[in-house]
Design a protein around this ligand. Structure first.
Ligand code: ADP
Length: 497
């Protein structure tokens, strides 16, 4: 019997290429595309930030007025429709005062002071817009399931089970909520509670209250039909005090409904055979181009022409990513024969420390501060090893791109890194990278030394690079897992008789 085609709304605060600060945007772009390839009717909804038009051929208003009560006020926005590069319909919820700004969530000085209001508007406004879309427009489209992501959409499952419970079109919509990073929870003071429109009866430990404050993410965790996070190991880790960020109890309670589904990457977007940013293209069966990319990268960044082992990092500069560890280990890494390329931006003290390290070690350490997709691609294609010594890592996309481009990952055994990189076994010539356990400079240096040793045997190394490139982390398998979970969530919420 043919499987039913599902109608899914994928709701996220960032979708590449329209707006991106991290991995969520990549997932929000690639997963819906993979779901469509499986035959499902998936549409996207995100805020209409400044500049989204640049990535959209034609944008049109589909609902001129979306009215959202915010306590005793009424906020008014509009719903626009465009097409994502994948061809999928994408809706943008517009409200210029909230979203027509330089940043998505804040500036270098911190988060926007009104983020609570901005994302209440997104959650509730999204549902209001869907309500109208299903009722009044020619399209008459309504989702059977809403796939919400991270704290910015955490109130969507709450609204659906409370204020919209009896809504004729939306009340039975199932919800799946995905945690991309538990550390960001959207926590706001209780004075904002009336603006949510939710009753104070929800402001309890069993609801959305968290140590006297409102916690959007917790709303998603408590009220969604099913929960996922982006790797199996992280799904276990977030149920522990160490990585649960205070929500381990809630997650433990919902452990029957929590699954880990590993992220993929879009193999069309990330492909060294077609990547226009590279000095030379290459493939697993024709690796010569990779050596040319390595040489070109060294030239571009002013590195010595023949580093023994070239390490690369492309990352947000935050505490999560183990950059303090890298700085501490740097003298020993250099002594072990490694050189380092880093592209990233973020915390000013880390930007300064890495810039300083590059000045101290010309020819051996190159640092570029900023966000640069093309340079990132040349780094993936040119370095021998890609370093991710993360303190924690829900999934990580860097190591997946690195595998695809033949940059052997050196990673800490945590979260998705543990699930996607297989330890290289010299005797069996099996595995795809190097792992270490302790969050210490010593353990990191040890892993890099192991890589240096294998790299000295070029036959062994090229076998390892081929294994890495032969891994398949395209979205197809994970998209099928999501479809299975969507169906499970829908079974839990049969239509009203
Ligand atoms: P996170 O989502 O925690 O930042 P991920 O590894 O899941 O980490 O995803 C990071 C993505 O952002 C990768 O695709 C990486 O290549 C990209 N990226 C991070 N920093 C930069 C940068 N400065 N320039 C270009 N791409 C970057």
């Amino acid at each position: 019997m043919p499987q039913q085609r599902l109608r899914v709304l994928f709701m996220a605060s960032e979708v590449a290429p329209f707006a991106k600060t991290g991995g969520l945007a990549e997932v929000a772009s690639a997963l819906p595309r993979a779901l469509r390839a499986l035959g499902h009717d998936v549409r996207l909804l995100m805020p209409k930030y400044r500049g989204v038009e640049a990535h959209c051929g034609e944008l049109r208003v589909v609902i001129p007025q979306v009215r959202v009560p915010l306590g005793d006020r009424m906020a008014e926005g509009a719903l626009w429709e465009g097409r994502a590069p994948s061809g999928l319909p994408i809706y943008f919820l517009a409200h210029d005062h909230y979203y027509d700004r330089d940043g998505l969530y804040g500036t270098n000085d911190g988060d926007y002071w009104d983020n609570c209001e901005r994302f209440i508007f997104f959650c509730r406004g999204g549902l209001e817009a869907l309500s109208t879309l299903g009722r009044d427009t020619a399209q008459g489209w309504r989702p059977q399931l809403i796939h919400a992501n991270d704290w910015q959409t955490g109130l969507v499952p709450v609204y659906l089970r409370t204020l919209y419970h009896d809504h004729p079109g939306l009340g039975r919509a199932a919800t799946l909520f995905t945690i991309h990073n538990l550390a960001y929870q959207g926590v706001f003071w209780h004075y904002d509670m009336p603006m949510t429109g939710l009753g104070w009866d929800l402001f309890t430990p069993a609801g959305i209250e968290f140590y006297g404050k409102i916690n959007f993410l917790k709303g998603g965790l408590v009220f969604a039909d099913l929960l996922t996070t982006v790797s199996r190991t992280y799904a276990h880790e977030i149920r522990t005090a160490e990585l649960g960020d205070g929500l381990e109890g809630v997650l433990e309670e919902r452990s029957q409904d929590l699954r880990g589904v590993v992220n993929g990457i879009d193999y069309g977007v990330w492909n060294p055979e077609t990547d226009a940013a590279l000095a030379r293209r290459y493939s697993v069966s024709a690796l010569e181009g990779r050596a040319a990319c390595r040489a070109a990268l060294c030239r571009e960044l002013g590195l010595d022409a023949t580093p023994e082992l070239l390490l690369g990092m492309v990352t947000r500069l935050t505490g999560q990513k183990g950059l303090d560890l890298t700085l501490e280990a740097l003298p020993e890494l250099l002594a072990a024969g490694a050189s380092l390329v880093l592209l990233g931006s973020g915390a000013p003290h880390l930007e300064e420390a890495f810039t300083e390290a590059a000045a101290q070690h010309p020819g051996r350490v190159a640092v570029r501060i900023g966000y640069d997709d093309d340079l990132a691609r040349r780094i993936y294609a040119g370095v021998d090893c890609f370093l991710m010594p993360s303190r924690y890592e829900p999934c990580g996309l860097g190591q997946l791109i690195a595998l695809r481009y033949g940059a052997v990952p050196i990673v800490r055994r945590t979260g998705g890194l543990a699930d996607t990189v297989r330890a290289f076994d010299t005797a069996r010539r099996a595995g795809t990278g190097f792992l270490f356990d302790g969050f210490s400079a010593e353990d990191l240096v040890d892993a890099v030394r192991r890589a240096v040793a294998v790299h000295r045997d070029q036959g062994l190394w090229s076998g390892l690079v081929r294994h890495a490139m032969a891994e398949d982390f395209s979205w197809d398998a994970s998209a099928r897992d999501y479809v299975m979970l969507y169906r499970k969530a829908l079974r839990a919420r049969p239509p009203r008789a």
